[in-house]
Design a protein around this ligand. Structure first.
Ligand SMILES: Cc1cc2nc3c(=O)[nH]c(=O)nc-3n(C[C@H](O)[C@H](O)[C@H](O)COP(=O)(O)OP(=O)(O)OC[C@H]3O[C@@H](n4cnc5c(N)ncnc54)[C@H](O)[C@@H]3O)c2cc1C
Ligand code: SF4
Length: 360
């Protein structure tokens, strides 16, 4: 008997065999995320396995007929570009601002390639947006990815400075040969008449539980992936939710299978979908929307949450152009691209810096 499917941890694989529910266990996606899965499991190093987050990007690629790559493993499909660890005798110092996946991966890759990396973060904890992305239902595996990256940073003795807000002035006092800006994104906040902080909140505030909504009528403005995940999260506390989305469908760019599962949950939770519609005015207790034909409608709402998406936060990059040293921009701060893009750019940039600094 061979068993498999969503077996992600060696403990579960072992338990299946120990309890004689299976003679063999197979792993699929987990081997894409970490080709050393089996060896690490055998050697009792389960916590060193790079976790698959079950995003299904790899499966979607094969349905599309394009080469496989992996959200959490930047070397999949680029194995020949993978540079092993090297030592750089020139003590090249790379300062990286922002500890989301882009900054953490850049720091790890720099350290592996013999560069001295320093990671600066304005918050008290590492992880950036991964800390929020892991909160909605079925997203907890993102926290495993965050913890894996943090563990690797500590094992590799990357210098980490938390609670350090960086502006151009501040960075002048920190010696570095290269500066990497990985400051992520800012929430897109379209101006809507009547916005009032007493009952209007942002996605980030709600997921961070700055306010606990229970059994309330909530209108979410923005039905992209994160707006829909927010609805999924708010359903836990029996809130009655309406999503207003300008496009024709919700979570348009999301991977198909995960999207279908989430849409089923929203449907079962009674979420009302107002697609091809825009919020035009907010008043206490209501939101006025208009559909594509200009037909108005009033939605009752105790709370309104803005989830209209994110835009790159590249101010630090722009304000550092005059410092006379190379400055690079990666991750969402370069262009909103998600975890895959952030990790890949972190790795590729470190390789470029290692190559340039060797030639100098
Ligand atoms: C609810 C939700 C769910 C998501 N789910 C997914 C998903 O399933 N898959 C996916 O691919 N993506 C997902 N994302 C998006 C993903 O989290 C981001 O694309 C990714 O984290 C971007 O990484 P980054 O390193 O570029 O920036 P961020 O993760 O945003 O990190 C930027 C860091 O820079 C720090 N910083 C900013 N300015 C300064 C400064 N001046 N000084 C010092 N530090 C600074 C910030 O505090 C932050 O820690 C989700 C996002 C949300 C909100
Ligand atoms: S692409 Fe996503 S689902 Fe596929 S192996 Fe990588 S993390 Fe797992």
């Amino acid at each position: 008997m061979v068993s498999g499917g969503v077996i992600r941890s060696p403990e579960i694989a072992y338990e299946l065999i120990r309890s004689q529910q299976a003679d063999f266990v197979f792993v699929g996606r987990s081997l894409i995320a970490d080709s050393e899965w089996v060896n690490k499991a055998r050697e009792g190093q389960a916590e060193d396995i790079r976790p698959c987050i079950m995003c299904n990007n790899c499966i979607e690629n094969s349905f599309k007929g394009v080469a496989t790559d992996c959200t959490v493993n930047p070397w999949v499909g680029r194995e020949r570009l993978h540079c092993p660890s090297t030592s750089n005798s020139k003590n090249t110092r790379v300062v990286i601002v922002g500890s989301g996946p882009a900054g953490m991966q850049a720091a790890l890759s720099c350290q592996r390639l013999g560069l001295q990396a320093t990671l600066l973060e304005k918050e008290a904890e590492l992880g950036g947006m991964l800390n929020i992305a892991a909160i909605p239902p079925f997203k907890q595996r993102i926290a495993l990815l965050r913890d894996y990256l943090i563990k690797r940073l500590k094992e590799n003795r990357v210098e980490i400075i938390l609670n350090k807000y960086c502006n151009a002035e501040e960075l002048k006092s920190i010696p570095s040969d290269y500066l990497v800006v990985a400051t992520g994104s800012k929430a897109l906040l379209p101006r809507i008449d009547g916005w009032d902080d007493k009952f209007c909140w942002s996605l980030r505030d709600i997921l961070n539980r700055k306010i606990e909504l229970q059994n309330k009528r909530v209108v979410i403005i923005g039905g992209g992936r994160s707006g829909c995940e927010l609805a999924d999260f708010l359903l836990i506390n029996r809130n009655r939710i309406t999503i207003v989305e300008a496009r024709e469908i919700l979570a348009a760019g999301m991977e198909k299978k995960n999207r279908r599962d989430m849409m089923d949950r929203l449907q079962n939770g009674g979420v009302i979908k107002k697609t091809s519609s825009q919020a035009v005015q907010i008043k206490p207790g209501q939101v006025e929307i208009e559909n594509q034909n200009g037909t108005p409608e009033i939605l009752a709402a105790d709370y309104i949450v803005m989830a209209a998406g994110f835009i790159p936060d590249n101010e630090l990059y722009l304000s550092n152009q005059e410092q006379g040293k190379p400055v690079y921009l990666i991750g969402d701060a370069y262009g909103i691209g998600g975890i895959k893009q952030a990790l890949l750019q972190g790795e590729m940039l470190a390789q470029s810096i290692a190559r340039i600094s060797c030639k100098e």
